[in-house]
Design a protein around this ligand. Sequence first.
Ligand SMILES: *Cc1c(COP(=O)(O)O)cnc(C)c1O
Length: 391
Amino acid sequence: MSDHPTGLSPATLAVVAGRPPRAQGGAVNPPIPLNSTYVSQGAVPPGELAYARADTDAWHGFEDALAALEGASERGIVFGSGMAAIAAALSLLPASPEAGGTLVLPRHAYQTTRGYTAELVARQGVTARAVDIADTGDVVAALDGADLLLVESPTNPMLEVADLPALLAAARERGVRTVVDNTFATPLGQRPLELGADLVLHSVSKYLAGHSDVILGAVVTDDAGLAELVRAHRTLHGSIAGPFEVWLALRGLRTLPLRFERACENAVELAQRLSRHPGVAEVRHPSLPGDPGHARASAHMDAYGAIIGVRPARAPGRTPAEAADDVVSRCGLWVPATSLGGVESLIERRRRWATEAETVPEDLLRLSVGTEDVEDLWADLDRALRSAVGA
Ligand SMILES: *Cc1c(COP(=O)(O)O)cnc(C)c1O
């Protein structure tokens, strides 16, 4: 679709990819085409539009731009949510009530990914091996006889960093397909296809769209055969995205490099200050030299990301959950809400969800750092943490 020069950097691709061809009097941005059907008779050749559940030009600008950012040779495949993208990716697993396929996934994968996996185990005969994704030996051992490795890195919400190059190479050697949920890192933080992943997926609802106003997902791949299967899954299940949501996501994607850079800078600064704060017992952010994920993130990622894990200090007479809830309720700028990756900073105690993994600490606060002025963010957080412990 785009006719821009080659060899551009990601910050430029985010701006120029997925635009209509340059033409005198032509539009700079793609339109929002509202069509369920297209004029068509006889056999439909590949690539021709016929019915908008199967394909529509409403998706192409975003799909092309995301593929450009991930360095994919195939057009991206947009879905109605991140979960729809995950369901499509996991449909590559063999399924049968007697002997379904074997999936290796992080024990601290996104909670609804874990919920969906439990469903595959209960109803499709799938075997799930939950591993510590940061423990390379553990993961590689689990790959024997497996069909699919799903990697999340950093994990949501524990921020464990996988040795992505090593895991993808080990899976490839063993003929195990690989899917990387790249929601936390974004293509600006890491490009798993370049490291050998078969599929990359996103919850577009987070950083890519970036304004907490849409739910969308996407899959990208270099493999034409896999793209065909994933696209067929979308068509058969009808897990499609609406034209306006996709237009918003493309509009959001234009500023991803600016938003993500600012959010990551803010997160690095806040993580450092939090690690010296009297109201804080533990901070997780891969930028911190003492963080278990620091060396790996420094080696293979281009950014440390903008999610921070914080466990507040315990106040006497309070349970860990109460202490953390108290911090959240004392914030005035940080918004108490789930989700992440928007311009506004969010704070949430993850175990308030009954479906969150039990190995996630009761008092873990997930901070999604936004693009506000870092001093305003700090003032609000510092006050909330201090007043919660009476410091
Ligand atoms: C939010 C999220 C998802 C699910 O995406 P939705 O768009 O909410 O369906 C999947 N993976 C990760 C890491 C997420 O944060």
